[in-house]
Design a binder for this molecule. Structure first.
Ligand SMILES: [Zn+2]
Ligand SMILES: [Zn+2]
Length: 146
């Protein structure tokens, strides 16, 4: 990444009520759709994430941001007022997954692939022809989908 990329604001976003607002200062990875049960439960259908390094995400407002430890390794960030589910990251740090629905448009993003499709819900079919991986490490581990 060049110095130029680091300084440029590439995305803005937040939750439904505005209690969480943030800016992202790096180009975002394409969206990876995750069909695991935890993603489906927290998002309500299935979920997808783009990724940023946490140091390139700047909070304008995080008044209503709450973290839920969803597994031994991971935690999910959501708004405790409006319920928007936005972030996923390892408790130990590393890449921060950001739900693309939280971003202001145009996002310029595209969806690249599906993971954990072996855990997909029985209430939909995956029909977009994108690559599918039955299992996979969580979306935030995948910097370059393919
Ligand atoms: Zn909110
Ligand atoms: Zn998932």
């Amino acid at each position: 990444m060049s110095d130029n990329d680091e300084k440029k604001r590439h995305a803005t976003g937040g939750c439904l009520c505005g209690g969480i607002r943030f800016e992202i200062y790096q180009p975002l990875r394409p969206v990876v759709v995750c069909h695991c049960k935890q993603c489906r439960q927290t998002a309500g259908y299935f979920n997808g994430f783009t990724v940023t390094l946490p140091e390139n995400l700047v909070f304008i407002n995080d008044d209503t941001l709450t973290w839920y430890e969803s597994s031994e390794e991971a935690k999910r960030g959501f708004c405790n007022k409006c319920g928007s589910s936005i972030f996923w990251t390892y408790k130990s740090g590393g890449n921060m997954g950001v739900a693309p629905g939280s971003l202001d448009e145009p996002t310029g993003l595209r969806t690249a692939m599906h993971i954990f499709t072996e855990f997909a819900g029985d209430y939909y079919e995956i029909t977009d022809g994108l690559p599918e991986r039955p299992g996979q490490r969580h979306p935030d581990d995948i910097l370059e989908p393919g």
